[in-house]
Design a protein around this ligand. Structure first.
Ligand code: UGA
Ligand code: MN
Length: 350
């Protein structure tokens, strides 16, 4: 081989290695650029993902704040709610609770609807309450029928008119004749005929339409086994009357100023009876002929002994029911209008 060919070959070799080397360098550069590019892309993506997650987190945090505020509000309202009351979130019935049958005699007068409204809106708070309303009237009146329909309380509507002889005259003092006796007896008839206390446990309570009831009293009476008793406020000319309870937690006497010799010197609002006891004594009723103040005793002596009474309301030291009485409204102006033949609109029910 001649020297010039060898030189040419050497130069060719060097050139190609140079080209190869340049290509390699360029390729590395290109790759680096690519990596750089990928890097920024990834960073952008991560950044966006981060922003998205932050936004989501913020939204979640706002939601949590909102929910916790709502929870706080609900908790305060729940705390304000009476502990034994219907909470309107749950059902008004509870299979584990005996039914309270509240028996209310009532009669037509100017304040009747107002009295029934007050009473029904107390009862709306009580679970498993069945209201037996007995009108002292020849027929059921539309006022009471309509009232009960829209009251929201589970009810039975009955009526029986007090016999003429026992009816109070317009200007008679209220104590002259017994009140609500035949009506309570009719409710007992109904309970004896229509409910089986062996299958459906119950408690009966005589709730006059003009008294005032703390919801606690219904909790106290709910699990009455025989007859439960408690104090009544503003009654018998005293601040309160109450059963007196001894160290064995038994009732032994009555704190009362009026006729303390009565076997059960207690107002109608001061006791409740297990329905089974009522049904076991299915013939027993209140005696309309009983002397004044003896109506309650006339029934209780037939069904229970003093030693079997169950003192409630912290051993009869708390007042949860008041024998309030509603003033007769002044109607003088209305009477004048009636005489003039121009009474207030009779289509507006009061
Ligand atoms: C007191 C007792 O608290 C009553 O339970 C008891 O029946 C009465 O005495 C009585 O000795 O007979 P008092 O406030 O004087 O109660 O009686 P009211 O509230 O006027 O009447 C008791 C219930 O009978 C009420 O629910 C009332 O609406 C009803 N009533 C009254 C009638 O059904 N017809 C009437 O003519 C009068
Ligand atoms: Mn009364």
């Amino acid at each position: 081989m001649s020297r010039s060919i060898f030189h040419k070959l050497l130069i060719l070799c060097m050139c190609s290695s140079l080209i190869g080397f340049l290509m390699m360098v360029m390729n590395i550069g290109f790759n680096c650029q690519n990596v750089e590019h990928q890097k920024t892309g990834l960073a952008k993506e991560i950044n966006e993902k981060y922003k998205r997650q932050m936004n989501e987190l913020e939204a979640k945090e706002k939601n949590i704040n909102f929910i916790s505020k709502r929870l706080d509000f609900l908790q305060t309202t729940l705390r304000r709610q009476y502990p034994y009351a219907v909470d309107y979130i749950s059902q008004i019935t509870d299979d584990d609770l005996p039914t309270i049958y509240a028996i209310t005699p009532t009669y037509t007068r100017h304040v009747q609807k107002a009295e029934l409204t007050r009473l029904s809106q107390t009862f709306l708070h009580i679970k498993n309450l069945h209201w037996i309303v007995v009108e002292d009237s020849e027929n059921k009146t539309p006022l009471v029928a309509k009232f009960l329909e829209r009251s929201g309380v589970v009810f039975t509507h009955l009526n029986t008119k007090t016999p003429q002889y026992y009816q109070l005259g317009e200007n008679d003092p209220s104590w002259l004749k017994p009140r609500g006796v035949e009506q309570r007896n009719l409710a007992i008839d109904w309970l004896v005929k229509n409910v089986d206390a062996n299958k459906e446990p119950g408690v009966i309570y005589f709730a006059d339409d003009d008294n005032t009831y703390d919801l606690q009293i219904f909790h106290e009476m709910r699990n009455t086994q025989t007859v439960s008793v408690w104090p009544v406020g503003i009654v018998g000319g005293l601040k309160f009357e109450r059963p007196l309870v001894n160290a064995e937690q038994k009732v032994y006497a009555w704190y009362t100023a009026w006729k303390p010799e009565r076997p059960f010197a207690i107002d109608m609002a001061g006791f409740a009876i297990n329905l089974l006891l009522v049904q076991q004594n299915s013939e027993a009723r209140f005696d309309i002929k009983a002397p004044r103040g003896y109506i309650e005793s006339s029934y209780l002596i037939k069904i229970v002994k003093m030693e079997d009474l169950e003192p409630k309301a912290d051993l009869c030291t708390k007042v949860y029911v008041w024998h309030t009485r509603t003033e007769k409204p002044k109607w003088k102006q209305e009477d004048i209008l009636i005489k003039q033949g121009n009474p207030s609109d009779p289509n507006i029910e009061v």
